[in-house]
Write a protein that binds this ligand. Structure first.
Ligand code: SF4
Length: 417
């Protein structure tokens, strides 16, 4: 019998993907196997591409969302965004395209990248069917099947809520209501058709499709807060508990699971507590957090706000951060904004890793080059060396223009030698 990765890990078999991730992350393969078997670590895979581990004890990973919208749709730009996101360190890319020829754009993104690609199949279903009423159960499942067949590594579904939870949300005192796009599509379908959540109704069938192709299931965070005044409430708690239950069921059916949670907008003093609460409730499964944004007034600079929130979340145990760009809440990001978002979240992930695991050699390497005023060494060791190089004036071999001949490092080198 052909075993998928979770089944192999449960049987204690170290597959090539498990060995590769163990090597990359510097952990023992048998420990990695055990962590996968109990659902605390997942591995995303793509044919002929490096596997990626996410979860407890591994380096914090970041995701970049790209994709066309109904209003802005240029395939070349989306492919360039994917290329730039990967170049500056995105560990995964989510293609959320909703405009133009979605199939062809997605294929081009797959062709041009090496990292795992995630989709949210309900997006394309909504575009293709045109109205929520027209979407059948088979359309929803058929779209998942279609995405898996083209080589997607992970899909997002919003399965963790019911009509009753939507009623609770309707009567809640939230300022922002629901801000999840996939969650709002699923909710609109449920309310329009007066049916329960199609993803939980067909959960076992969906898991069987995912299990066959070893695709990771990401359980979406429909009830996340949309401003820092909307703190953890009843609907969010209920979705978290239901997602925890669905994750256990998916694992039983041979599917690896990521829990999306907590994110959106969370007041900074609550971030660590909420991360701990999510991790405990979901049996310490990999936690994927969008941002979170710890303030609401940073609009135009939300990549910076989000990087601060993401640092706190990663430091408290979040495993996987979804980046935020400067255009958050304002527009579809352009290529430069994708780069800024990726770099801001690479910084957040790195800060989080220092908080989780202690100081890291990368910083020591850069400090050594700085002490030696080895500019090329610094550019090579930096998260975005290209940006550092642009700012530094190349004609200054010894110092930089900040202090020039009064360079403190140079002076002390002379006087202390
Ligand atoms: S000139 Fe000043 S800022 Fe530049 S390397 Fe020397 S001490 Fe650092």
């Amino acid at each position: 019998m052909n075993m998928n990765l979770l089944q192999a890990a449960t049987a204690g078999k170290e597959t090539s993907a498990i060995n590769e991730v163990a090597f990359i992350e510097g952990v023992e393969p048998n420990i990695l196997c055990k962590q996968i078997a109990c659902g605390r670590i997942i591995i995303m895979q793509r044919e002929k591409k490096p596997p990626l581990g996410i979860g407890e004890g591994l380096k914090t990973k970041i995701n970049a969302n790209i994709g066309t919208s109904a209003e802005v749709s240029d395939p070349d730009i989306e492919v360039e965004k994917a290329r730039i996101a990967e170049k500056y360190g995105a560990d995964t890319i989510s293609d959320l395209s909703m405009g133009g020829d979605i199939d062809s754009i997605r294929q081009r993104i797959l062709d041009e990248t090496n990292v795992p690609i995630t989709t949210v199949p309900i997006y394309q279903t909504v575009v293709e069917k045109g109205s929520f009423q027209a979407i059948t159960d088979q359309d929803i499942i058929g779209m998942i099947d279609k995405h898996i067949k083209i080589g997607i590594s992970s899909i997002v579904i919003h399965a963790g809520f019911t009509l009753e939870m939507l009623e609770k949300l309707r009567n809640s005192k939230r300022m922002m209501g629901m801000v999840s796009k996939g969650g709002s599509f699923t909710s609109a379908w449920m309310l329009q058709n007066r049916r329960q959540n199609p993803f939980s109704t067909h959960f076992d069938e969906i898991c069987k499709i995912l299990s066959k192709k070893d695709v990771v299931l990401s359980l979406g965070n429909t009830m996340r807060s949309g401003c820092i005044h909307d703190q953890m409430d009843g609907p969010q708690e209920m979705e978290m508990v239901m997602n925890a239950w669905l994750a256990r069921r998916a694992n039983e059916l041979g599917v690896q699971v990521i829990i999306e949670g907590m994110g959106g907008h969370v007041s900074p003093e609550k971030i660590a507590t909420y991360v701990a609460h999510y991790k405990k409730t979901t049996d310490y499964r990999p936690l994927f957090v969008a941002g979170p944004l710890p303030i609401d007034i940073g609009v135009g600079y939300d990549h910076i706000s989000g990087s601060v929130g993401g640092s706190l979340a990663a430091g408290a145990g979040a495993d996987y951060l979804c980046y935020i760009t400067p255009s958050e809440h304002l527009a579809l990001p352009n290529v430069a904004q994708v780069r800024e978002g990726v770099v801001a979240f690479k910084i957040a992930a790195h800060v989080g890793d220092i908080l989780k695991y202690g100081t890291r050699s990368e910083d020591q390497i850069l400090a050594g080059h700085r002490r030696a005023r080895d500019w090329d060494g610094q550019f090579a060791a930096a998260i975005d060396g290209d940006r550092a190089k642009e700012i530094h004036q190349q004609d200054r071999a010894e110092t930089c223009s900040m202090c020039g001949k009064y360079c403190a490092i140079l002076l002390m080198e002379e006087y202390l030698k």
